[in-house]
Design a protein around this ligand. Structure first.
Ligand code: FES
Length: 234
């Protein structure tokens, strides 16, 4: 059985369908870690620190070349899976040093999302069964100008309750039941990943999207109000 620590090590970072095999590179964030998300030709998800080990240029500026990620600056290429540098175009006959690697995190698809494990633990799959009930659909990700603690407080005020894993909050939104996984992305920017019992392409799902956008506005207004409060008191 997984510990609470191992559960919290897995983070949803992007909609699975948005990261296509041997095609695009998507930026992601988890607990302040900036990520480059992509797939090799066989569809295996890749989650790398968004920084080329050569001169720290963001990998998200590069391109996917079959099973390799090619940096935009000097074109060095790194292999899916290991992150090992396999080609330095300026020195095509020189084998790259074996310790020249991108920083690679474990990644897996589950419940419609791509999940990343920042802790490099041995668990091979995210414990989504503990977070998202079977048969529920992924709704959307909301980027909210707040920290995750502020978002969780706001959800609690609206009747959401923390699950036993503490990673997910469960409560009503629109006309639907939802699970919200709340994560810090950057300072003062949190992501809410939402799943629901509403079926895709239904009126209930549309209502939920509207309610989710309204929730984001309300939380941001409450945060702004909160940030003004000490100045008023001074
Ligand atoms: S900075 Fe990436 S190859 Fe030089």
């Amino acid at each position: 059985m997984m510990s609470a620590d191992s559960i919290s090590a897995w983070h949803p970072v992007a909609r699975s369908a948005d990261v296509r095999p041997s095609a695009n590179i998507v930026a992601g964030f988890a607990l302040g870690q900036e990520l480059a998300l992509w797939r090799s030709a066989d569809g295996a998800p890749q989650a790398w620190e968004n920084r080329c080990p050569h001169r720290s240029v963001r990998f998200t500026l590069g391109q996917v070349v079959e099973n390799r990620l090619s940096c935009a600056y000097h074109g060095w290429q790194y292999a899916a899976g290991s992150g090992q540098c396999t080609r330095i175009p300026a020195h095509p006959d020189m084998p790259p040093p074996s310790n020249l690697c991108a920083r690679v995190f474990s990644a897996a698809d589950a419940a419609g999302m791509l999940w990343v494990n920042l802790a490099r633990e041995t668990a091979k799959a995210p414990p989504t069964g503990d977070i998202v009930p079977a048969g529920w659909s992924f709704c959307r990700t909301l980027a909210v100008r707040s920290d995750a603690a502020g978002v969780r407080d706001a959800l609690a005020r609206r009747g959401f309750r923390a699950s036993t894993t503490a990673a997910a909050w469960r409560g009503p939104l629109g006309q639907s039941s939802t699970v919200a996984v709340v994560l810090d992305a950057q300072p003062q920017l949190a992501f809410i990943h939402l799943w629901t019992d509403a079926a895709p392409d239904t009126a209930a799902m549309k209502t939920l999207h509207i309610a989710a956008r309204s929730l984001r506005s309300q939380i941001e207004e409450e945060e702004e109000e909160e940030s003004r409060r000490p100045q008023k008191a001074a």
